[in-house]
Every structure is written in structure tokens, then in C-alpha cells.
Design a protein around this ligand. Structure first.
Ligand code: AMP
Length: 205
């Protein structure tokens, strides 16, 4: 199965992506995680991307599309994949259509006033890609043993810009996929387990 998870920053895409991909036995592809790995490894792409991520802007469509093309050609994508954070612009969605066909687009809807609080309490694991609320593991250690950290772009100023960028560039994808008839919306204000259940039911998984 080939899926897209859509939603604003802080909607819970990363959390749901890990669960849904594991449930379906498909690859989880987070373009944000791929960019952060490039930054950690101090590659030329990572050095270019860091300034963009720190401002909460988007990396260019060409770079992202190239990265995604290479990624979905890998063997772990043979059974399908779930995109988390891609596409983020109509141009990316149009390019994706020329590469592969998507079965379902899952739109996670969340009240905007909740997002800033959620994001500023968010901690990430560099080893397993897990995303947690700071209160879940106050000692800062992931169940996998990784050292949890706060993303540089989860600071309040950057978060506000990321939400604006989402509204301007990514939210139009909802209408784009609605027109194609393969989008369904779930209530992201519910608990993590409930959101996962709603997605699974709607996928028939
Ligand atoms: P995320 O982890 O999905 O929130 O992404 C973190 C940051 O990486 C975004 O704020 C963008 O700067 C960049 N990024 C991730 N995915 C994309 C994409 N599909 N297109 C452009 N920029 C992206």
C-alpha cells in the first residue's frame, strides 16, 4: 500500500507514521528525518538544508523530489510506503504523480491553537525516529536507548513560521487530493491510540 500522511506540524504525523507503517509492514519515509540525518552527517546537502530548516522554510522541490525518487527505489519499499511530511507543495504532489500512484491520503486535522504547545513539548529519538511528549520520558532516554533531543526548529518563533508555511504551501494539498477522491480526514485531537484506530479502520487494515 502507498500512503501519504498530511497535516500541520504537530498534528502527530510522525507518531502515527511509525505505528501505521509497522502495522502494514511498509516503509516509513519522513523527508524531515532524511534531511536531519544529512545535517547530522554534515553532508553538503545537510549544510545547505540546515539554514532552511532553522528558519522553518521549505527545502526546494527539486532536492526533495530527487531524494524521494532514490528512496522509493530501495528494496524496503517493495511492499509499499508511507510518506510523512511529503509532499508539502502542489509541485511536489504533481511530480509524485509522475513517479508512482498513491492509494490513500490521510489528513490529520488538529485545532491550530493546540499545535504550538504540542510542538514545544516534543522530543525526538535520533536512533529509532520515535517522537514523544517530554513528560513520557522525563529522564530523556528513549525505550530503545537513544538520547532524546528537542529539534532546533521546534522553538516557538520557528514554529509560528512553519505553521504559516503550512497554511500557504501545504494546506492546498487537501483540496488537491480531495478532488482526486482518495483523501480521508481523521480527528487528530483524539488520543494517539484513537487516532491510530480511526486510520486503521478507514484503511481497512
Ligand atoms: P518535518 O520533520 O516533516 O516537520 O520537516 C522538518 C523540516 O524539513 C521542514 O520544516 C522543512 O524545512 C524540511 N522539509 C521536510 N520535508 C520537506 C518537503 N517535503 N519539502 C520541503 N521541505 C521539507
Amino acid at each position: 500500500m502507498k500512503l501519504i500522511l498530511l497535516g500541520p506540524p504537530g498534528a502527530g504525523k510522525g507518531t502515527q507514521a511509525v505505528r501505521i507503517a509497522a502495522r502494514l509492514g511498509i516503509a516509513h519515509i519522513s523527508t524531515g528525518d532524511m534531511l536531519r540525518a544529512e545535517i547530522r552527517n554534515d553532508t553538503p546537502l545537510g549544510r545547505m538544508a540546515k539554514a532552511i530548516l532553522d528558519k522553518g522554510e521549505l527545502v526546494s522541490d527539486d532536492v526533495i523530489i530527487g531524494m524521494v525518487k532514490n528512496r522509493i527505489a530501495m528494496s524496503d519499499c517493495a511492499r509499499g510506503f508511507l510518506f510523512d511530511g511529503f509532499p508539502r507543495t502542489v509541485a511536489q504532489a504533481e511530480a509524485l504523480e509522475t513517479i508512482t500512484q498513491i492509494d490513500h491520503v490521510i489528513n490529520i486535522e488538529v485545532q491550530l491553537n493546540r499545535l504550538i504547545d504540542r510542538i514545544s513539548s516534543r522530543r525526538m529519538c535520533p536512533d529509532c525516529g520515535g517522537t514523544y511528549h517530554v513528560s513520557q520520558y522525563p529522564d530523556g532516554v528513549c525505550p530503545c536507548g537513544g538520547k532524546l533531543y528537542q529539534r532546533d526548529d521546534d522553538r516557538e518563533e520557528t514554529v509560528k513560521n512553519r505553521l504559516t508555511v503550512y497554511e500557504q504551501k501545504t494546506a492546498p494539498l487537501i483540496a488537491f487530493y480531495q478532488k482526486q477522491g482518495n483523501l480521508f480526514t481523521v480527528n487528530g485531537d483524539a488520543s494517539i491510540d484513537q487516532v491510530e484506530l480511526e486510520i486503521s479502520e478507514k484503511l481497512g487494515a
